[in-house]
Design a protein around this ligand. Structure first.
Ligand SMILES: Cc1cc2nc3c(=O)[nH]c(=O)nc-3n(C[C@H](O)[C@H](O)[C@H](O)COP(=O)(O)OP(=O)(O)OC[C@H]3O[C@@H](n4cnc5c(N)ncnc54)[C@H](O)[C@@H]3O)c2cc1C
Ligand SMILES: NC(=O)c1ccc[n+]([C@@H]2O[C@H](COP(=O)([O-])OP(=O)(O)OC[C@H]3O[C@@H](n4cnc5c(N)ncnc54)[C@H](OP(=O)(O)O)[C@@H]3O)[C@@H](O)[C@H]2O)c1
Length: 463
């Protein structure tokens, strides 16, 4: 058997950090290469793969999660390995990985939450949607969180799909929730929820909302909630009216759906989702926890570059609430030893090649894909194209002979890692998966998630 680098006897060794969509798409693309032959070690800080498909996608959207079947096929490809419970930056350093592999590709997502920068943001009861979502989806780092759902009104800030997800989760009935894979602790808390009104605040207008059509339309199907839109909020300023004429189909259909909601007479359901526009949070008030949010009214102005911005009119109002959920976007976190772009809050990169910040030239053998490469936007499928751009560069750099020669081996590194932490493998995940599905089956649920690391480890280690 040939031992030339890139042959079956001596494959190119690539470490992919992160087992979300970007990591799995990148792994599949690299493993599909015939020349060179590539072996891929996927690392994740968790024992469970799929990233935000498991911990982001809403529990009542099971069809979306079926993308994991594609990832399961990747895990069966020749040359694939999964190493769970290994956090890069804590259990293993970037330098150690770079010394052991020909290339290291970061696909770690953007797990932080964007801040509003307003007074009262840190009061108890002002929470990030990032945490709320991770909590109801059973992410082990958030299993002990608690949310106070005892007030009659919750306010969600933001006009993206995450804002709609969290608003919907607060509006769903227990009957709707208990057939999903939502964490058991979340069902218990939501069962006792006193929330009757969920106000969703957009700082700009309906034509600038980042919702997608199915997500906006499905609010109409909620068993317990009416959707309320004030027709006055849908009167467009001249710039937005102009933009709507040439806007893409998503925006046109969103505006149609919103007009439909505004024209409806509420059915008198026990809960209400109120969609409000041109409304920015100015301050969150309360003595030791949230009691109200002050909201400023905006008008929209077209800027020279054609974007439409919100400008405060000076009018404010106070909305009483005990829970504020900030759904204004995610941000990346720097990893020790990996150049970070502070402005974009991503890994510093060009098309997926990580750049040396001083020379602004690619660092040989270092790459990024997914949200940590391009920022926190786009659906699951967007990461396929994004990963392809990066993996094409890995293979081009191999062909050009610019990948560094490792001074260590993955096997030696993994042996050291096993002395530091309990590394789990793909069969460990399969054991967790089978157990969760078996727990869910008698209750007509896709799975009951194990939300504690020790429970997961016990299952994974039994293999
Ligand atoms: C709340 C929410 C709901 C969504 N719903 C949908 C939807 O319904 N449909 C849709 O198409 N898209 C949806 N998306 C978008 C979709 O989830 C993202 O496009 C996609 O998950 C991004 O993939 P990624 O691989 O870049 O990051 P992620 O999915 O975040 O994966 C990153 C992985 O890296 C791991 N990791 C992080 N740091 C380290 C470290 N230091 N060491 C080792 N491992 C690490 C994490 O554990 C994780 O497994 C949603 C997003 C959110 C936030
Ligand atoms: N079902 C699905 O397919 C699904 C579900 C969830 C998420 N996703 C995807 O995941 C990605 C991330 O979603 P996301 O909702 O986190 O992000 P997003 O789509 O970027 O939306 C963020 C929202 O926050 C607003 N915002 C930002 N800063 C603000 C501030 N200081 N004050 C008030 N509002 C502020 C933005 O308004 P401006 O526009 O004015 O900046 C925008 O409306 C998106 O691509 C989304 O489509 C998809």
């Amino acid at each position: 058997m040939s031992t030339e680098l890139g042959s079956a006897g001596n494959p190119l060794r690539v470490a992919v950090i992160g087992s979300g969509p970007a990591g799995f798409y990148a792994a599949a693309q690299l493993l599909s290469s015939k020349d060179p032959v590539v072996a891929v070690d996927v690392f994740d800080r968790l024992m469970t793969p799929w990233g935000l498909v498991r911990f982001g996608v809403a529990p009542d959207h099971p069809k979306i999660k079926s993308v994991t079947r594609v990832f399961e096929r990747t895990a069966r490809m020749q040359g694939f390995s999964f190493h769970g419970n290994v956090e890069v930056g804590t259990d293993v350093s970037h330098d150690e990985l770079a010394a052991a592999y020909h290339a290291v590709l970061y696909a770690v997502g953007t797990p932080g939450d964007r801040r509003l920068g307003i007074p009262g943001e840190d009061l108890a009861g002002s929470e990030s949607a990032t945490e709320f979502v991770a909590w109801y989806n059973g992410h082990p780092d958030y299993a002990d969180m608690d949310f106070d759902l005892s007030s009659k009104r919750a306010v969600v800030i933001g006009n993206g799909n995450v804002a709609l997800d969290v608003a919907r989760m607060l509006a769903l009935s227990v009957q709707e929730l208990q057939v999903t894979d939502i964490a058991d602790h979340a069902i218990e808390l939501l069962r006792a929820s006193q929330i009757e009104e969920i106000v969703v605040l957009g700082r700009r207008g309906p034509t600038q909302a980042a919702f997608t059509n199915p997500e906006l339309r499905e609010l109409a199907d909620l068993e317990l909630a009416d959707v309320i839109v004030d027709p006055a909020d849908l009167e467009l300023d001249p710039a937005s009216a102009n933009a709507l004429e040439t806007a893409d189909g998503t925006i046109q259909r969103n505006v149609e759906t919103l007009n439909g909601y505004a024209a409806r007479t509420p059915a008198g359901r026990p809960r209400r989702i109120v969609l409000r526009f041109l409304s920015s949070p100015v301050a969150i008030e309360g003595s030791d926890r949230v009691e109200a949010i002050v909201v400023g009214r905006n008008e929209l102005v077209a800027t020279e570059d054609g974007t439409i911005r919100a400008r405060p009119t000076g009018t404010t109002e106070r909305i009483e609430t005990g829970l504020v959920l900030r759904a204004v976007g995610y941000v990346g976190r720097p990893l020790p030893g990996v150049p970070f772009d502070e402005r974009r809050q991503t890994v510093l990169n060009q098309g997926g090649r990580v750049l040396d910040p001083e020379r602004e030239l690619p660092i040989p053998g270092l790459y990024a894909a997914g949200w940590i490469k391009r920022g926190p936007s786009g659906v699951i499928g967007t990461n396929k194209k994004c990963a392809q751009e990066t993996t094409d560069l890995v293979l081009a750099d191999f062909a050009a002979g610019v990948l560094p020669q490792p001074s260590d081996t993955p096997e030696a590194l993994l042996a050291r890692l096993r002395e530091r932490t309990q590394v789990t493998d793909y069969s460990g995940w399969e054991a967790i998966d089978a157990h969760e599905r078996a727990l869910g089956e008698p209750h007509g649920r896709p799975r009951v998630k194990l939300v504690r690391r020790d429970e997961q480890l016990a299952r994974a280690a039994k293999v």
